[in-house]
Design a binder for this molecule. Structure first.
Ligand SMILES: *Cc1c(COP(=O)(O)O)cnc(C)c1O
Length: 356
């Protein structure tokens, strides 16, 4: 690659690359380990079968049926004109930056936060600024407002609940951010279904620069399909149309997603159990002397490791993968099925002992 006439700003960069362990216990990328219920698998196959005879045609470019289904699924009174979707919320974020970021523009976020934000900013030539969160990785309305007034970003990203800390912000923070800028405010609610906090979707009225991005990759157990979406004022959706590639959502993706959303109750049936398991795993880890942050998502940020890398390696050698973080002494652990969590709780004391 070094020999290629690559863009100067991409020289020396590394691709996003969470390690994968397809045959092991995967508690590293916040998927829903319970998988798609078999009844829904059957419906998805029927819905996909219906598309086969017309696969020689381009799909519905505006994916109206899917947008209508998503509008019905999200909380509140939302119309299909307010919904947009793409191949994962990562693509939603990228299109959003293509439309509202770009050269000479600044995106502000509060870290530690989702590691893809700087990557997307970079590939869209948007300047990226990540300010530190406050004590306990919290964010107050005053802190966010003064940061925005000082740096005057064109885009503010608030991840709620935040990855990798699991912490939530209240609506007053979103409100304060919105009132402090003439730019766009994006709330990334990838983990919303796990949170007791109300969605910022309820704040959309009279806030045409507010955007909520969501995904079917996490609670919905649909990471393999790649379906993310956003809810906003219809004008923001029109802006996304300017930058999307034509027919970006395949007919197969649309069909599978429609069948899944039609069965959202079944798809989300494990969310409560995952939250209960989260508390069980947290207690187990605390009893080992580790510090576990309160979480409103399907993962835990665990601090207090003398050597997180060695713990990560020990677990990996034993067929279980978790996630390293940029936070000193910390690892991020996705909540899996009860059996997977048992395995984690069985291996963790051994991993800690192996360091002594
Ligand atoms: C996992 C995650 C996403 C989702 O990405 P997809 O492209 O929809 O799979 C978005 N934002 C955050 C904060 C995440 O953790």
């Amino acid at each position: 690659m070094e020999d290629l006439p690559l863009r100067d700003d991409l020289r020396g960069s590394e691709p996003y690359g969470a390690p994968q362990l397809p045959d092991g216990i995967q508690l590293n990328v916040n998927e829903n380990s319970f998988g798609v219920p078999i009844e829904v698998q059957n419906e998805i196959s029927q819905e996909i079968t219906k598309t086969l005879a017309s696969l020689h045609r381009y799909p519905d470019r505006e994916f109206l049926k899917l947008r209508e289904m998503l509008a019905g699924y999200v909380p509140g009174d939302v119309s299909k004109e307010q919904v947009w979707a793409a191949n994962g919320s990562n693509e939603v974020l990228q299109q959003f930056h293509q439309a509202f970021g770009g050269p000479g523009r600044l995106v502000l976020s509060f870290g530690p936060t989702y590691s893809m934000y700087p990557v997307i900013a970079k590939s869209t030539l948007t300047e990226y600024l990540e300010l530190p969160r406050q004590e306990g990785y919290e964010l107050s309305a005053e802190y966010v407002s003064s940061a925005i007034e000082k740096h005057k970003p064109d885009i503010v990203i608030l991840c709620n609940p935040n990855n990798p800390t699991g912490t939530s912000i209240g609506q007053e923070v979103v409100k304060a951010a919105y009132e402090s800028t003439d730019g766009m405010v994006l709330v990334d609610e990838a983990y919303a279904e796990f949170s007791a906090e109300p969605s910022a979707i309820s704040m959309l009225e009279n806030r045409p620069r507010l955007v909520i991005s969501r995904t079917m990759s996490k609670a919905f157990a649909f990471a393999g399909v790649r379906l993310g979406y956003m809810v906003s004022d219809p004008a923001v959706v029109d802006a996304m149309r300017l930058v999307r590639l034509p027919y970006h959502l395949s007919a197969l993706t649309q069909a599978a997603s429609i069948a899944a959303i039609r069965n959202s109750d079944l798809m989300l049936s494990n969310v409560k159990e995952i939250s209960r398991e989260r508390e069980r795993v947290a207690l187990g880890l605390i009893s080992l002397g580790l510090k576990v942050l309160p979480s409103e998502s399907n993962f835990l940020l665990v601090e207090g490791f003398a050597d997180p890398r060695a713990v990560f390696d020990y677990l990996l050698k034993n067929g279980l993968i978790i996630r390293k973080t940029t936070i000193a002494g910390a690892l991020r652990i996705t909540i899996g099925t009860p059996a997977e969590n048992d395995k984690l709780l069985e291996l963790m004391p051994k991993a800690l002992q192996s360091l002594d």
